[in-house]
Design a protein around this ligand. Sequence first.
Ligand code: ADP
Ligand code: MG
Length: 582
Amino acid sequence: MEKNATGSVIKAFGNLLHVEFQGNIKQGEVSYVKVNDKQFSSEVIEISDNIAKIQVFEDTSGIKLNTPVEFSKHLLDAELGPGLLTSIFDGLQNPLEKIAEKAGYFLSRGLYIPSLDREKLWDFKPLVKVGDIVKRADFLGSVKESHFDHKIMVPLKYFNTFEITWVAKSGAYNIETTIAKAKNENGVEIEFSMLQKWPVKTPLFEGKRTSLSEILSTGMRVLDIPFPVLKGGTFCTPGPFGAGKTVLQHHLAKYSDVDIVIVAACGERAGEVVEILREFPRLIDNRTNEPLINRTVIICNTSSMPVAAREASVYMAVTIAEYYRQMGLNILVLADSTSRWAQAMREMSGRLEEIPGEEAFPAYLSSRIAAFYERAGSVILKNNKIGSLTIGGAVSPAGGNFEEPVTQATLNVVGSFWGLSRERSDARRYPAIDPLISWTKYLDIAASEMNKFSDRWKEKIKKANEITKYGNEILKRMEVVGEEGISIADMTVYLKAELYDICFLQQNSFDPIDQYCPIKRTIEIFDLIYKIFEKDFKFDNHDEIRSYFLNLQNDLKNLNYLAYDSFEYKELLKKIIEKLNI
Ligand code: ADP
Ligand code: MG
């Protein structure tokens, strides 16, 4: 086998080193910079002749002229196997909690602990027998991880077919133990363990991509009805600072109809990430009443961490998600916020002295953002099960200005755009997702599914959006001419829009009942409000109609706080319908 390439440092600009090397290396290859008895990981980001530019993942003090560098031949990759769930990693998959136990939060230089526990034993059950023919991604066995059957697969790096020659009996093994042996067509024997590695920057799956068809219900009315997302789809939540992006992401993590959630937290400040580390493990999963962390992996970075580690974090998150999707599960990746990730790209590009594009972001910003969201999708596996990977990113444009490059590049590629507005969060109309600026491309598919539960779905949503828009125009006019200056007909439209906003679009994230609205309940309420939209109200004066709607609004709001289908809920619903005479 060819020897690994080696080199030595000839120049340093912060974390970017110029290295003169001998041998063969490739773009993206991991390299190690050796200082005394420690070694620092780095990644090759540019090669010209025998000079490589490498980006060190850690603080570079101690690195001097002629410091030796060794190249590893492998790309930046993720360790995959049982034990990922409940973990908190940094962008390079260093296990932050385990490091914290040893050395306090945030990486101490040159300290390496394997991503996955090597000692822990997992109850392995074989799914193959001697003589079986297998190929990449076929299931060799399974272990119980949280509530899931974590499938042990033939690593995806293999493209041959294998014949199983030996398989371990059911029993407890650690992730490095050989659990099966197989020979390829040439009779060469290889061994499989429960651990495999996937490169993080290339999408990986086995199976066929399939078109999206199923709604991903989120338990949030404003999303599930007018702006739904599909399993395997993409969405983004841009909004100014403090508008509620993080609260929204927590909600999605808790209530989205998926099996596993991977959170890529790229925080503004170290404090924000520590907050996530502290708060996230406290969230309770409403499906199981167990900590949500049992079906979550968190990838965590702060601006104080080296730029290359921050840049890698979203890829790490998607790779872990692709791995679980390959088992036929539904996965949600939440990146908060992708603006920090884009800033990491900008910093790296600046150090490489690349020609900058808009607002000094690299010219490839939009293609990188597109490539990230393109890793979402549904895959149909050999056993006909469908695994899905949905990706949602928060975007935090400075001053809430959606014209900036990261927001623009994102809205070009995502399927649903959930824009949070300062206007709504200032008015405490939460969630601050603004129905006037949000949109989705999934409405046709979602509507055809929703028609099973309620007729003319698309038409109804169009009508609701129109009333929202028209109601807002009337409000603007009313602010100028006063209530008496508009007709009773217009006043009615405005009050219908306001009712829809207050009783349907708004939802209290901190109320134990209202925070989660199951899809059946959401449809029921929406259908009721739609009947109110269609009803021709007859009133003589503004006061009369205002007080009528205020009353109705209170009833409907109260309904949101009652447990679904409880006696009280049914009684109040009956009363509302009687009063409306519909
Ligand atoms: P961002 O991440 O956009 O900067 P946060 O998600 O941290 O903003 O939200 C800021 C604050 O706004 C929260 O601490 C909370 O008080 C309030 N808030 C946000 N969303 C909601 C909501 N759905 N219901 C009630 N309050 C909310
Ligand atoms: Mg936030």
